[in-house]
Design a protein around this ligand. Structure first.
Ligand code: FAD
Ligand code: NAI
Length: 475
């Protein structure tokens, strides 16, 4: 097997493994190095997303929602469930099985596309006329040479300065996805994406969940009207969300952890939790790359510094995904991975940051693309808004989930869609139509004139587009 490669990708998460597959498709002799280990110590490519992120969290969100429906929603449909009980061990085992299917799927894709996979840690050892030497440290130690290097080493959870993760009482996303007994009292610091998704899982399974958030506004990056609606619904479901808090000391005991904080009025509070999830954002992972040694530039926040094309300061060294600026999302990492492989091939790969969708997989789901109303106001853009509630949508009524709405924001003059915001059932799927529309620079009227299947949730999208022109038909 050749140890000289056209392209070596360091990191096998969504940014890295997709970059490797695309590079191989384009005819490059490609290697991908990933160090993630499964419980048996074997390779588990897929990164944070597959192992302790997107995939296991969605598996548990689905399982816990099924449990909640069986307990509370089925009766309304005339389905009586007697003797309902939770087998948490089986739920976690199923989640692990879903993760393994994805790990195995990536190993299969590497074989199919002739990407050479190395299990271990890659670091820069030097460079010469042939390219860069990458030292592999794993079961086998060897040095590979690559003409182009793509760094896709991802991110790690940020810890509070006074509370290191022990994954027993103080949990990062890794521990939050593997709690083996439903905690009576679960504390969560940070009401962001992980806090709300994990809080939903454990609340549905029976935990009393308190979420402590530093900012005074709930989900500040989300359109205010949508965030307000979501806040109301989460509170009604039983999530106790405290905004504007200042976390003080965190004291782990033998079986519990005590959090001292000041509430939004500045009054000192003390709460004892069985478990505490800390989800206050993530930090780029450049540990072990030997960035200093090779002269790879990082920015002031520790991300690998790249230009708009994901080029670093070193010739033929690229970086994508969570380890560079921009949203920490799997699909953003993938798009950058594809674009970099195409740029290496002399093509014109492109990532449109204005049309990257966001989804929070709570119930109801929250999804959006483009500008929020508060952003348009701040930028002084004249816009028109149209909203349509799922309450007036026949399919939502049949589903038994009429929460939320679709909201369109369009340019006041040209009617071009500037943003679409959804809180409601299947928002994660509905947002794709808005992404396609914005990518083609459609107007709200374009969506309003397209025939949507009846009865479907997507009719709420069409109606919200009609509402921009104040002519919704069913509301
Ligand atoms: P990563 O997925 O972090 O992969 C990096 C890989 O590189 C890892 O396998 C790591 O072991 C390996 N590595 C690091 N250094 C080296 C080295 N020196 N040598 C070899 N290997 C190395 N995003 C979404 O879009 N949708 C979601 O639903 C979603 N849910 C999430 C839920 C949770 C709980 C979390 C924590 C994150 C979630 N994310 C979600 C974010 C998503 O996981 C990340 O944006 C995505 O994984 C970033 O991909 P990446 O390839 O940049 O890095
Ligand atoms: P986040 O950035 O979404 O939320 C962190 C929250 O913690 C913010 O609201 C912040 O104000 C708050 N916070 C920060 N410091 C605090 C402190 N000291 N005390 C109290 N609150 C504090 O980060 P999170 O939830 O950790 O997730 C990390 C990233 O992972 C997300 O930003 C997202 O990019 C990705 N992710 C994506 C998902 C999806 O797409 N569905 C799901 C989960 C994670």
């Amino acid at each position: 097997m050749s140890k000289n490669f056209d392209v070596i990708v360091i990191g096998g998460g969504p940014g890295g493994y997709i970059a490797a597959i695309r590079a191989a498709q384009l005819g490059f002799n490609t290697a991908c190095i990933d160090e993630w280990k499964n419980a048996a110590g074997g390779p588990a490519p897929g990164g944070t997303c597959t192992n302790v992120g997107c995939i296991p969290s969605k598996a548990l969100l689905q399982s816990s929602e099924n449990y909640e429906h069986a307990g509370h929603a089925f009766a309304d449909h005339g389905i009586e469930v007697k003797g309902l009980s939770l087998n948490l061990g089986q739920m976690l085992a199923r989640k692990d099985g879903v993760v393994k299917q994805n790990n195995d799927g990536i190993l299969y894709l590497f074989k199919k596309n002739k990407v050479t996979f190395f299990h271990g840690r890659g670091s820069f050892a030097g460079s010469d006329g042939n390219g860069y030497q990458i030292k592999l440290a794993g079961a086998k130690e060897e040095t590979l040479t690559g003409k182009h290097i793509v760094i896709a080493t991802g991110s790690n959870p940020r810890a509070l300065p006074n509370a290191a993760f022990d994954e027993k009482l103080i949990l990062s996303n890794t521990g939050a996805l593997a709690i083996d007994t439903v905690p009576k009292k679960l504390g969560i610091i940070g009401a962001g994406v992980i806090g709300l998704e994990m809080g939903s899982v454990w609340r549905r399974l029976g935990a009393d969940v308190t979420v402590l958030e530093a900012l005074p506004a709930f989900l500040g990056a989300v359109d205010e009207q949508i965030a307000k609606e979501a806040h109301k619904m989460f509170t009604k479901q039983g999530l106790k969300i405290s905004l504007g808090v200042k976390i003080g000391s965190i004291t782990p005991g033998k079986k519990e952890v005590t959090v001292d904080y000041a509430d939004e009025k500045g009054i000192a509070q003390k709460v004892v939790f069985d478990k505490l999830i800390v989800s206050i954002g993530r930090v780029p992972n450049t540990i072990g790359l030997n960035a200093d040694g090779i002269g790879l530039k990082l920015d002031e926040r520790g991300f690998i510094a790249v230009d708009g094309d994901c080029k670093t300061n070193l010739p033929n060294v690229w970086a994508v995904g969570d380890v560079v600026r921009g949203p920490m999302l799997a699909h953003k990492a993938e798009e950058e991975g594809v674009a970099v492989a195409e740029r290496i091939a002399g093509q014109h790969g492109h990532v449109n940051f204005n049309t990257i969708p966001w989804v929070i997989y709570t119930s109801p789901e929250i999804a959006w693309v483009g500008k929020t109303e508060q952003q348009l106001k701040a930028e002084g853009v004249a816009y028109k808004a149209g909203t349509f509630p799922f309450l007036a949508n026949g399919r939502a009524r049949a589903l038994g989930d009429t929460s939320g709405m679709v909201k369109f924001l369009a340019d006041a003059k040209s009617d071009e869609i500037l943003g679409v915001h959804i809180v409601g059932p299947m928002a994660s799927e509905l947002i794709s139509e808005a992404v396609v529309a914005m990518e083609f620079r459609a107007s709200a009227e374009d969506i309003a004139r397209i025939c949507h299947a009846h009865p479907s949730l997507s009719e709420a999208t069409k109606e919200a587009a009609l509402a921009v022109d104040k002519r919704a038909l069913n509301f």
